[in-house]
Design a protein around this ligand. Structure first.
Ligand SMILES: N[C@@H](CCC(=O)N[C@@H](CS)C(=O)NCC(=O)O)C(=O)O
Length: 97
């Protein structure tokens, strides 16, 4: 695992993921990114391990996608808030709550 500073993205990282976002996974020279795609890929590649990240049951899978879709905006907004607050040296949860 390699941590990437998202404000100083190294060239090798952007070369692998032109969007320059995490999570990004590389395994056997295959690069995968974008969280929903990544979790499905992990489930498929490591299919001998249980339980899966994405539920096999269609209804549970749909419910999980609804939750992820609804929370995606919140988590990205919180992430942006953390960056702004770090610049201003303020604790993010002061504003998030
Ligand atoms: N749609 C992407 C969003 C990923 C994303 O926005 N990641 C943020 C961190 S939470 C990121 O890498 N931001 C860096 C940037 O936008 O430059 C996913 O689901 O993986």
């Amino acid at each position: 695992m390699v941590n990437v500073h998202l404000k100083r993205k190294p060239d090798w990282f952007v070369a692998r993921n032109p969007l320059g976002k995490v999570p990004t996974i590389e395994r056997d020279n295959v690069v995968i990114y974008d969280s929903p795609i990544t979790v499905e890929w992990i489930d498929a590649v490591y299919d001998t391990y249980a339980p899966t990240i994405v539920p096999k049951d269609p209804t549970e899978r749909a419910r999980q996608k609804i939750v992820v879709e609804r929370l995606m905006g919140v988590s990205l907004a919180y992430y942006e808030l953390c960056i702004v607050c770090r610049r201003c040296r303020v604790r993010a949860h002061t504003y998030a709550l």
